[in-house]
Design a protein around this ligand. Structure first.
Ligand SMILES: Nc1nc2c(c(=O)[nH]1)N[C@H]1C(S)=C(S)[C@@H](COP(=O)(O)OP(=O)(O)OC[C@H]3O[C@@H](n4cnc5c(=O)[nH]c(N)nc54)[C@H](O)[C@@H]3O)O[C@H]1N2
Ligand SMILES: Nc1nc2c(c(=O)[nH]1)N[C@H]1C(S)=C(S)[C@@H](COP(=O)(O)OP(=O)(O)OC[C@H]3O[C@@H](n4cnc5c(=O)[nH]c(N)nc54)[C@H](O)[C@@H]3O)O[C@H]1N2
Ligand code: SF4
Ligand SMILES: [Mo]
Length: 819
């Protein structure tokens, strides 16, 4: 593969180019960037330019005076064509000028009519008419959605409306948009059948951490630079939280930190840590998949037995009352209580731990030492970061609880150089009315949809066809149900609106589903939708979000939206207003009144109505002044022109996330109990290969922009599955061959990628691809509280065809680059 963009020169950013604060809207890390815009047909010169350098001279290796073709585009701003450069900001504490293979392509991933990029972006609302989608006005589209929705809901009877909505910041979301959708579905309405973008229910990914009193994002990224040991569990930060790794973990290792990595797979993170810290300072615990609870319970036992716990912290800051503080129950997959009670419940010998995890006793003993043995006579500092290998793994509640037990017992929560945190996915930007009406466990929405539940489905910024579990069955049934409505709409073509609405309502009453999709592109689930509403992205609106250390920033709008696309919050407002109007027309005044209060003209109005109503010091103007460094939440004041934030949570040793008055953290009393999600053990027993799955550096999420980007599609024209070369030989596979991956619940396809570091019979497939969704073969079994276990899937593999021309020319080198 030799990808070339064929650009031999780029315009020089002129002095006086407009400068905007940008937070990369992809991953949780939220790197700071600056967007520069200036009129077309003008540019700076080697003498006079934005950075005041003499560009006729050779620049140094670390110069700031450059940008790459991927950071450039031509876009519209106030109706005019302008040059756009989005480049990393050296002055941002998060990334210190580093980009990543995703963020540094933000500019080329903007829609440009001049340069033809991202032409797949939606420009106008579309309605299913005459057997296809027809463009239409916002008034027409919203009126249809409101009329059909109003027919299936009523005051205190909203269970036939299903909603799938993002709950994040960054790419889609932000405080503006979570508030817009939240105010509509949890304020004006009390929708119970809702789910979040990445799991089939409306719940927390980390219930146990919160129940134990600990918010999952407590630390400060600088803690990685001040610690003795970094523990990474079920996460691959080199590829998934790239600049957290490069700009904070790498300096930490250079300052002497050792690293413990818990992952059944040898990732590029392991290799990168070995390169930076030296092999002897990196301990890769390549556990048997799903055995995390056994490992952490054994480590907890070992650390306590050696006396390496923080007695003072345990006495002052953790629960010392009558046991258990919280009993186990249907909403509570493990009891919670004191350190001593947890130690008794979680007790696991080195021999048992080694057996369950496939590690040696010596490895576990060594990990315990690195995590907790006093260093130079003092308590050892340790930061623990975990993500989807643990969260979307086996026994979610107890797994996170057992890891946090270690963080708490060693006094590493709320302290400098400590923390026990999610590394995170997207940025956060959650501000919504209470979701208490949803209940716990929350309804398993996908299974209800499959069983025929729901009549109207509103979908905001997610694509279950690519990213949900049990996706084969989900798609089959969803397509069938939505097709019933399409047929009814086609049969009513040309009839007045009231008759069309009647026809749709008859079809949904007969088992169909009316589907409304709010997205920036015509997604795969959008192919089944009846109304498609075009949203804008970050940069096409002002958007606030916080990163994995709670750093709040404002990304300033730097370009026009495509066509008539709107911010999600204003789409939600438009829908609320249309519902109010329709309900009033129908004489349902009391219900109509609930939909008041959406008179926002801009996203800033939504921000002030939502987030800023509870955080009264924060305004757009103040955030703008804080630049790409922003402020760490929670914001506690405003002084001398600056917002005052909070460096680290729980510095006072008072734990509040569980809402308990005593302010004491709780320990988890969850013993190891093998596979939790139904059907996992059976699937494992009846298929050869583990289909471990997740992310790769280049691809962003479900490829919604990647699929329109040559750079990415050149590298992986179809999703890859990494397989041990000897397994490939046994299956008769050559690199790049197309394989079918199939099991008891479905099938999908991928290109075979030999990976010598992969263990026999343990493959790794990229998730979420448009032309080979891994979710097709994930069974519907979930952990308690409806937390999916995507990571543990087993299947068989067979060859479909030789490598296609597109696949034949890509590189099949091992990811373990020899340096
Ligand atoms: N490049 C890139 N970066 C991203 C994203 C992206 O799409 N592309 N998406 C973002 C989002 S939304 C998220 S949620 C994060 C996810 O970030 P991560 O969680 O870091 O990434 P994943 O690849 O999902 O999974 C992490 C690791 O879990 C391991 N794993 C599998 N089974 C087990 C197990 O039983 N135990 C343990 N301990 N580990 C296991 C896998 O081998 C894998 O290496 O990434 C964010 N960053
Ligand atoms: N097998 C397997 N499945 C998984 C996972 C896994 O590890 N393995 N991980 C899970 C996780 S952690 C995640 S986060 C999910 C991701 O699952 P999804 O949330 O479905 O995936 P995304 O790619 O984040 O979806 C973004 C969608 O929103 C649209 N969009 C982007 N920006 C905007 C915007 O500003 N407004 C609107 N309205 N739309 C926008 C995009 O076009 C795209 O269709 O997948 C989950 N599923
Ligand atoms: S590390 Fe994450 S936030 Fe930073 S540039 Fe890359 S994708 Fe964007
Ligand atoms: Mo995620």
């Amino acid at each position: 593969m030799a990808y070339k963009r064929n650009i031999d020169r780029l315009p020089i950013i002129p002095a006086g180019a407009k400068e905007h604060n940008v937070t990369c809207h992809y991953c949780i890390v939220g790197c700071g960037y600056k967007a520069y815009t200036w009129p077309l047909k003008t540019q700076g010169s080697t003498e006079t330019n934005w950075i005041g350098e003499d560009l006729s001279k050779q620049q140094g290796a670390m110069t700031e005076a450059w940008y790459s073709p991927s950071m450039y585009n031509v876009v519209k701003q106030n109706g005019q064509d302008v040059h756009l450069v989005i480049k990393p900001d050296v002055n941002c504490a998060v990334n210190g000028g580093l980009g990543s293979i995703r963020g540094a392509r933000m500019a080329e991933n903007r829609r440009s009519d001049q340069r033809g990029t991202q032409q797949q972006r939606l420009t106008d609302p579309m309605v299913w008419r005459y057997g296809t989608w027809q463009p239409t006005s916002w008034e027409d589209a919203l009126d249809l959605v409101a009329r059909v929705t109003a027919r299936v809901i009523d005051k205190d009877a909203e269970d036939d409306l299903y909603v799938s909505m993002f709950d994040h910041g960054g790419s889609a979301g932000g405080y503006e948009n979570t508030w817009g959708t939240g105010k509509l579905y949890f304020g004006a309405m009390k929708v119970k059948h809702c789910r979040i973008h990445n799991r089939p229910a409306y719940n927390s990914e980390v219930h146990s951490s919160r129940d134990m009193g600990v918010d999952e994002l407590q630390y400060n990224y600088a803690d990685y630079e001040k610690t003795d040991t970094i523990v990474l569990v079920g996460t691959n930060p080199m590829e998934c939280q790239t600049n957290l790794f490069l700009n904070h973990m790498v300096p930490g290792m250079r300052n002497g930190a050792r690293v413990v990595i818990v992952d059944p797979r040898r990732t590029v993170t392991v290799k990168a840590c070995e390169e930076v810290a030296g092999e002897k300072n990196v301990l890769h615990l390549q556990i048997t998949p799903g055995s995390d609870v056994a490992l952490f319970n054994t480590l907890f036992t070992e650390i306590a037995a050696k006396g390496w716990v923080d007695r003072d912290f345990i006495e002052k800051s953790t629960f010392r009352g009558e046991e258990p503080a919280v009993p186990a129950g249907s909403a509570q997959p493990a009891a919670l209580g004191s350190f001593e009670a947890a130690l008794a419940a979680c007790q696991m010998s080195l021999a048992d731990g080694a057996k369950a995890t496939g590690l040696s006793e010596a490895q576990i003993v060594q990990a315990a030492e690195w995590i907790a043995a006093p260093k130079d006579g003092a308590r050892r500092k340790c930061v623990i970061g975990y993500e989807k290998g643990l969260i979307w793994g086996n026994d979610n509640y107890r797994a996170i609880g057992s890891l946090l037990n270690i963080g708490l017992a060693t006094g590493n929560v709320g302290r400098e150089g400590g923390g026990c945190c999610r590394l995170g996915g997207h940025q956060e930007g959650y501000f919504r009315p209470s979701d208490a009406h949803v209940g716990r466990p929350a309804p398993y929405v996908d299974q209800l949809l499959i069983a025929g539940g729901g009549k109207v489905h509103h979908i905001w910024a997610n694509d279950h066809f690519k990213t949900t579990l049990n996706a084969s069955q989900f798609k089959r049934i969803y397509n069938r149900r939505s097709q019933m409505v399409k047929e009814a709409m086609d049969a009513a073509a040309g009839r007045p609106r009231a008759e069309l609405v009647d026809a749709i309502v008859s079809a949904v009453n007969a088992g169909g589903i009316f589907s409304v999709c709010v997205d920036i592109i015509h997604s795969q689930i959008g192919q089944a939708a009846h109304v498609i509403l075009p949203a804008v992205e970050s940069g096409e609106m002002n958007l606030t979000s916080m990163n994995g250390e709670r750093r709040l920033r404002l990304t300033e709008k730097y370009m026009d939206p495509p066509g008539s696309a709107r911010p999600d919050c204003l789409i939600a407002a438009g829908l609320a207003q249309a519902l109010e109007r329709v309900l009033r027309e129908e004489g349902r005044d009391a219900y109509a009144d609930q939909f008041k209060g959406f008179e926002w003209k801009t996203e800033e109005d939504a921000f002030m109505d939502g987030y800023a109503s509870a955080n009264t010091d924060v305004t757009y103007e103040r955030l703008r002044a804080m630049g790409t460094n922003g402020v760490l939440e929670p914001v506690v004041g405003f002084k001398d022109g600056k917002l005052i934030g909070t460096e680290r949570l729980y510095a006072d040793g008072v734990f509040t996330r569980h809402g308990r008055e005593d302010g004491k953290a709780l320990f988890s009393l969850g013993e190891w109990r093998g596979w939790q999600a139904p059907g996992k053990a059976q699937q494992q027993a009846s298929h050869r290969f583990l289909i471990n799955n997740g992310r790769a550096n280049m691809n962003w999420q479900n490829w919604f922009l990647d699929q329109g980007n040559d750079f990415v599609m050149d590298r992986f024209p179809v999703p890859f599955i990494q397989i041990n070369p000897e397994d490939m030989a046994e299956l008769g596979l050559k690199p790049g061959d197309m394989v079918e991956v199939f099991n008891d619940v479905g099938a999908t396809q991928a290109l075979a990628y030999p990976e010598p570091t992969a263990r026999r019979n343990e493959t790794f497939m990229i998730f979420g691809a448009p032309n080979g969704a891994q979710g097709n073969i994930v069974n519907p079994g979930v952990n308690e509280l409806i937390l999916p276990n995507y990571k543990h899937t087993w299947a068989n593999i067979r060859k479909i065809s030789d490598a296609t021309p597109a696949s034949a020319r890509v590189s099949y080198k091992s990811w373990e680059v020899a340096l």
